[in-house]
Design a protein around this ligand. Structure first.
Ligand SMILES: Nc1ncnc2c1ncn2[C@@H]1O[C@H](COP(=O)(O)OP(=O)(O)OP(=O)(O)O)[C@@H](O)[C@H]1O
Length: 255
């Protein structure tokens, strides 16, 4: 099989429980390369736990996690930090350093992880800021920015090391529809321009349908449906239908 056909992230039979609570239940997931994949599911359904397994912040009780063909479950700290270099991550609240300027925030991973010169770093930071529509904004402090702008700075920082995979944790939560559309466009553009694999965690169905090449629905610790947005929209499973149409009535119990 050609490398391009191998999934970039693969979870095989991954189970994880906290106390008596089974969060992941023999979960299988294969994320294709160089596409936008969106993982949807209920609040508290285990999406963040799944994400933490992908970057090795949590280890499964059983099962295997492969990143770029490498089983990461048995890796120690050194191996994990090497693997994590393949990832950029945009956290829910952008997680900027409030005491640093926008420029310093984006420059941070370059200073931490590379030996690039000041002028090289300056060029990269300016390039990343302009690719997220924030050209010339490097001197601002995060507190001076809107929520959407902060997310864009977060994305510029996540892209600074030109990662193979960018993880987005609820990128549109708390944003108005216009700003959500702008962020969605940015995700699609990030994928297309950088050829990155984008993995998005979301319960924003409209954004999912607009951005995803592939949708995976997580329910009761397993992926219960996967495929392109159209196939998810027309899926026959009543659980999928209830979730994507946001109905209170149906097999999913509101607790
Ligand atoms: N370290 C932990 N210890 C104990 N329980 C945990 C831990 N991490 C997560 N959980 C539990 O696992 C379940 C899934 O949590 P998770 O944060 O993955 O949900 P989620 O799908 O990301 O939710 P949301 O959409 O609301 O962010 C929750 O019930 C949570 O309390």
């Amino acid at each position: 099989m050609q490398e391009s056909q191998n999934p970039i992230i693969e979870l095989r039979q991954v189970s994880k429980q906290f106390g008596q609570q089974h969060v992941l239940n023999a979960l299988d997931l294969a994320v294709p390369r160089n596409e936008v994949s969106v993982i949807i599911g209920r609040s508290g359904g285990g999406k963040s736990v799944l994400l933490k397994h992908i970057i090795g912040l949590l280890k499964p009780d059983s099962g295997a996690v492969f990143v770029d063909g490498e089983d990461i479950v048995s890796l120690g700290n050194r191996g994990l930090s090497r693997v994590r270099r393949k990832f950029g991550m945009l956290f829910q609240e952008a997680a900027l350093f409030d005491s640093m300027t926008v420029f310093e925030n984006v420059a941070f991973p370059l200073r931490e992880h590379t030996r690039k010169s000041r002028s090289e770093i300056k060029d990269i930071v300016e390039d990343k800021l302009s690719s997220v529509g924030l050209k010339g904004m490097g001197y601002k402090m995060p507190s001076e920015l809107s929520g959407g702008m902060r997310k864009r700075v977060g994305l510029a920082r996540a892209m600074a090391l030109e990662p193979q995979i960018v993880l987005f944790d609820e990128p549109t939560s708390g944003l108005d529809p216009v700003m959500s559309a702008a962020i969605n466009e940015l995700i699609v553009r990030t994928q297309a321009e950088f050829g990155a694999t984008c993995v998005v965690i979301s319960h924003d169905i409209q954004s999912t349908m607009a951005t995803a090449h592939n949708v995976f629905m997580l329910y009761e610790g397993r992926i219960v449906a996967s495929g392109p947005p159209t196939s998810i929209r027309d899926h026959s499973d009543p659980i999928v239908q209830q979730f994507i149409h946001g109905r209170a009535e149906g097999p999913i119990q509101v607790t």
